[in-house]
Design a protein around this ligand. Structure first.
Ligand SMILES: [Fe+2]
Ligand SMILES: [Fe+2]
Length: 274
């Protein structure tokens, strides 16, 4: 049976996400060909690479950045927040200003990272290794947007926050998740007239990005997760609703579609907690 190359794994993701090139938070650390058994995990460190060997896998795919350029240049992909905000009617200058604190923090965090540790392990093992972050999240974002829009178009009354949650729960990833969809800011009985699915932008936008959406007429912001202190900041003067769908469940929406395609091509996928 013919295997798959790391380049082909990248190409499938880009095609499905409608992207032309690999974003800064995704990288092939060790290129390889003829991969037949692929270990897939949300996070990959040295332990997971060794485990891949142990399990007879000849390639490893992480979702989150695992080192190298994907960590060092991670702050670049946060600018996707600005595109998403502008698409939802946020003034471009306000969108950039809202993102600034996030970028500043991300740059310092990247600067502190021991960025070559995990790729060095993969190189020492001679194990093909890559991570695909933004492309798989973009696949998931599109599915969530379509799912909500379709559900909403069938309602004969105004859509509420609860309806948005019910719509998302038609996806198996949310219906089966151990983490329930939560509303840390706002309430389920509020109307959801203008909804922003904020996913596929590196990480959530915290309080400043949610506030920028609210200030420009979006009443419902959907994040995968939100830090407790950011939720507290937003609750001081609640101007809209934040729905958090759950990190693992939310990431699985895009990952599952992608892995279904990889499997369809005859590659054996070994999932580790994802
Ligand atoms: Fe993700
Ligand atoms: Fe994630």
């Amino acid at each position: 049976m013919a295997g798959i190359s790391t380049d082909e794994l990248v190409a499938i993701a880009l095609e499905m996400a409608g992207m032309r090139r690999l974003p800064a938070d995704s990288e092939v650390y060790v290129p390889g060909r003829e991969i037949q058994r692929l270990l897939v995990a949300l996070d990959v460190g040295a332990a997971e690479l060794l485990l891949a060997r142990e399990l007879g896998c000849d390639g490893v795919l992480a979702h989150h950045p695992a080192g190298g350029r994907a960590i060092l240049r991670f702050p670049e992909v946060l600018t996707r927040h600005v595109e998403l905000m502008v698409e939802h009617g946020v003034d471009p200058a306000a969108a950039k200003a809202a993102l600034q604190p996030l970028v500043a923090r991300a740059v310092l965090r990247a600067h502190a990272a021991n960025y070559d540790q995990v790729p060095a392990v993969a190189r020492a093992l001679g194990l093909p290794f890559l991570n695909l972050h933004l492309p798989l999240d973009e696949i998931g974002r599109r599915i969530m947007v379509e799912t909500i829009e379709q559900y909403r178009s069938q309602l004969d009354r105004e859509c509420t926050v609860q309806d948005v949650i019910d719509a998302l729960r038609t996806l198996p990833e949310f219906a089966e998740a151990e983490t329930p969809i939560m509303v840390p800011v706002g309430a389920v009985d509020r109307p959801a007239r203008r909804i922003a699915v904020v996913h596929g932008a590196g990480t959530n936008g915290g309080a400043p990005v949610a506030q920028a959406y609210f200030a420009h007429g979006v009443d419902t912001v959907i994040y995968l997760h939100l830090a407790p202190e950011e939720a507290e900041r937003l609750r001081i003067e609640p101007a809209g609703t934040v729905i958090v769908v759950g990190h693992l469940a939310g990431d699985r929406v895009g990952i599952n579609r992608y892995l279904a395609e990889v499997t369809r091509r005859g590659i054996e996928v070994v999932r580790l907690g994802v």
